[in-house]
Design a protein around this ligand. Structure first.
Ligand SMILES: Nc1ncnc2c1ncn2[C@@H]1O[C@H](COP(=O)(O)OP(=O)(O)OP(=O)(O)O)[C@@H](O)[C@H]1O
Ligand SMILES: [Mg+2]
Length: 281
């Protein structure tokens, strides 16, 4: 299939949020497998060289496919290690060189590159943000997570000022514009929304709706709180695989798969045509 790779330049998706455990790697693997299922070629760069959650997810997937003689679509996976050096400056320079040469190697070959960032601020993570065509930031459905995007008044729930992560993305956008006049399509998605806490859900929704205008991101619905997202890791499977392998699906699985499809449509990635998959069903 002809991918969106124009002029030997893969489209780069960065999944980032300084907040740990917000659902970056879970979102990442579902996006990657969705793209692979459409015959696009995808390379992953896992920047979390310590936990390597996404790389481990793919390793589990390879092992499971082998064990059960399954033909599962696979991304190519790269883990970028932090450079070692005598000074921070030296390490940063080495990181920049390593990151750039890996991107230069992958860009002509793949349709998409997905970079999964660690849940903390790091030089490499900032650098990766400046290379994003699309930046995806999952946030848990809680004001603790929203706090990294903006300070919110405790009385009125109005946005008072931007926080660390929003400012970092602002900087990344400036650097990106200077580098190649490119723009970053920033998407904030809510993760682990619960049907039980309607009041909190509405407040977080109101704050993100207000914030999206001020910080220029697109706020989209993401994933509900579902046990299935936690259970798939050991097999390296995603809900996208379920539809093809015709495993037993519960109502919750069906709903989760719908969430993933909706997210893929909401991302508006180049080459993604929402009608195609619906027509195939
Ligand atoms: N929608 C969801 N429903 C239930 N559990 C979820 C959901 N999303 C993520 N989880 C679980 O939450 C935990 C953290 O998710 P994940 O590893 O994707 O976050 P992360 O942002 O990549 O974390 P880190 O910052 O450590 O890299 C995992 O155990 C994952 O299975
Ligand atoms: Mg992760």
């Amino acid at each position: 299939m002809t991918g969106p790779n124009k002029n030997n330049k893969a489209y780069t998706i960065v999944v980032g949020n300084e907040k740990g455990g917000s659902g970056k790697s879970t979102s990442a693997i579902h996006i990657v497998v969705s793209l692979l299922e459409r015959d696009y070629t995808v390379a992953i760069i896992d920047l979390d060289a310590r936990q390597k959650s996404l790389a481990r997810y793919v390793e589990n997937r390879q092992a499971y496919a082998k064990q059960h003689n399954l033909k599962l679509v696979m991304p190519e996976i790269h883990v970028l290690k932090r450079a070692e050096g005598d000074s921070i400056r030296e390490m940063d320079q080495q990181d920049t060189a390593n990151f750039s040469s890996l991107l230069d190697e992958l860009k002509p070959i793949f349709d998409y590159i997905l970079i999964d960032c660690p849940g903390s601020d790091s030089f490499l993570s900032r650098l990766a943000h400046t290379s994003a065509d699309t930046l995806i930031t999952p946030v848990n459905d809680s004001f603790v997570d929203v706090d990294l995007l903006a300070k919110v008044s405790p009385d009125t729930y109005k946005v008072e000022k931007l926080s660390l992560y929003s400012e970092m993305v602002w900087e990344a956008r400036k650097i990106r514009a200077m580098k190649d006049r490119g723009t970053i399509d920033w998407i904030v998605l809510r993760n682990r929304t619960s049907a039980l806490d309607a009041k909190n859900k509405r407040r977080v929704h109101d704050v993100l709706t207000e914030l999206q205008k001020r910080v220029a991101f697109r706020y989209v619905p993401g994933f509900g709180e579902r046990v299935i997202y936690r259970e798939l890791f050991p097999k390296g499977l995603t809900l996208v695989d379920f539809s093809n392998n015709k495993e037993k699906m519960t109502m919750s699985h069906v709903a989760a798969r719908q969430e993933i499809r909706r997210l893929m449509d909401d991302l508006k990635l180049p080459g993604w045509n929402s009608l195609k998959i619906n027509a195939a069903e």
